[in-house]
Design a binder for this molecule. Structure first.
Ligand code: ZN
Length: 426
């Protein structure tokens, strides 16, 4: 009898876990076709977290759990291709890394991950942490369900020259850093290959390389080249062997072009992108990931809180140029993926960038596609992410009103589902 009851309980469990969920969408943004559809039903298998069927005439099987979003617009979960979840906008000085252990960094990143997911970003491409591999640990904790956060694709560390844009600089020369604060430091093509191999062995999802100087690094000149073309070529070639793509931080025009020619998947920032660079990006199919919102935060909040003046001056000079060059790239038809540099501004405000992308040349639908289907393409997971289609991850968000008319509605996401699990419903 006891055995029988256990069997029944087991069967009930299986029936419940195999349950189908039906989401009734009043409107649905179809990012594949760039259209908005009405009265669409999305069937989800809650067991594997995948979408089973999408359509206006999909039958809802008996016993299905129904989520009624018929007064809302449903979109695929948003993707931010440039975040630093292990990072804090209250603390932009890289030297502050010396005040904290990697364990402190890891625990501090937990609320960042939660805020990002609840803001509607179900996936992020996280492009670097000063404490190496904390991002790998966070990615895995989220994947296990221990931490609430977006699906993460991580870089593990910054591959940078000594004293470069991804290095800790500004401390006395007799200070020896722990291994994880200079894990990605490399100064020749062979050292670059070695770093790529180490990171690949640690299970990273992409390689982040710093092709030029940076804004938020002491004594760094954003316009200056750092890695040579030989080193950039080595990074892309070595990463390719492990099936990894390379994201290149690049502000200066020559560094941008060196990285494109080396075959990187994306140019991050692209601040001083010139006409030749735009032509090269089109020719190579390189994505532009331009963080054109964060200037608002850095200039406003940064000044108020007394951020280092050399950071602010760099940023003010470059911000205006970056936005104009973003507009040029959009007009030329360069591939655009949404990326914000979250961590430089407070986590969870990612969607504030949509308005800037529209102000600088994209339609709202194009900006949404940059954060969905194009971002998925840049990640190399277009078959699994970026649109609401059978077989893909059941990552769905919903807003009031029509974000293809008013893109700022995405700053107020009311519903978040990741892998068929509801994390927010207002
Ligand atoms: Zn960044």
């Amino acid at each position: 009898m006891k055995k029988f009851l256990l069997l029944i309980a087991g069967l009930l469990c299986i029936a419940a876990s195999a349950q189908t969920i039906a989401v009734k969408a009043g409107k649905l943004v179809d990012t594949d076709s760039g259209t908005v559809r009405s009265n669409v039903i999305v069937l989800i298998n809650s067991e594997d977290g995948r979408i089973k069927a999408v359509g206006t005439d999909v039958a809802i099987p008996p016993g299905t759990k129904v989520i009624n979003l018929s007064n809302k617009t449903v979109l695929p979960g948003l993707i931010d291709c440039h975040t630093h979840l292990v990072g804090d906008a209250n603390d932009l000085d890289p030297l502050s890394e010396l005040h904290k252990t990697s364990a402190q960094r890891a625990f501090e990143s937990i609320p960042n991950a939660r805020k990002t997911l609840l803001a509607g970003f179900t996936t992020v491409r996280d492009v670097g942490t000063y404490r190496a591999l904390v991002d790998v640990a966070l990615r895995d904790a989220i994947a296990r369900g221990d931490v609430v956060g977006p699906r993460m694709y991580v870089a593990g560390a910054y591959i940078t020259i000594t004293g470069g844009a991804g290095a800790l600089t500004g401390f006395a020369p007799d200070i020896t850093l722990p291994w994880d604060l200079h894990y990605g430091e490399a100064n020749s093509p062979w050292e670059v290959r070695q770093r790529v191999r180490l990171l690949a062995n640690q299970g990273v999802d992409l390689i982040k390389i710093l092709a030029t100087g940076a804004v938020l690094t002491h004594g760094s000149n954003p316009g200056a080249e750092e890695f040579t073309p030989e080193e950039l070529n080595a990074a892309v070639d070595e990463a390719r062997k492990f099936g990894l793509r390379v994201a290149a931080h690049a502000h200066g025009a020559q560094g941008i072009k060196n990285a494109i020619r080396a075959g990187v998947a994306s140019i991050e920032h692209g601040t001083l992108l010139d006409d030749e660079g735009i032509a090269l990006m089109k020719q190579h199919g390189t994505y532009l990931v331009a963080d054109i919102y964060d200037k608002e935060y850095i200039q406003g909040e940064g000044k108020r809180r007394g951020e280092p003046l050399d950071f602010l001056q760099h940023d003010a000079n470059l911000g205006a140029a970056q936005r104009q060059n973003f507009r040029k790239a959009v007009q030329a038809g360069v591939k655009i993926a949404f990326g914000t540099d979250a961590g430089v501004y407070p986590h969870g405000d990612n969607a504030k960038q949509f308005a800037w992308m529209v102000r600088y040349g994209q339609t709202p639908m194009q900006a949404i596609q940059a954060a969905t289907i194009s971002a998925a393409d840049l990640l190399g997971h277009k078959d699994e992410l970026g649109s609401i289609a059978p077989g893909k991850h059941a990552d769905l968000i919903a807003v009031d009103g029509d974000p293809t008319q008013d893109v700022t509605l995405l700053e107020h996401v009311k519903f978040v589902m990741k892998d068929g699990k509801v994390f927010k419903q207002e």
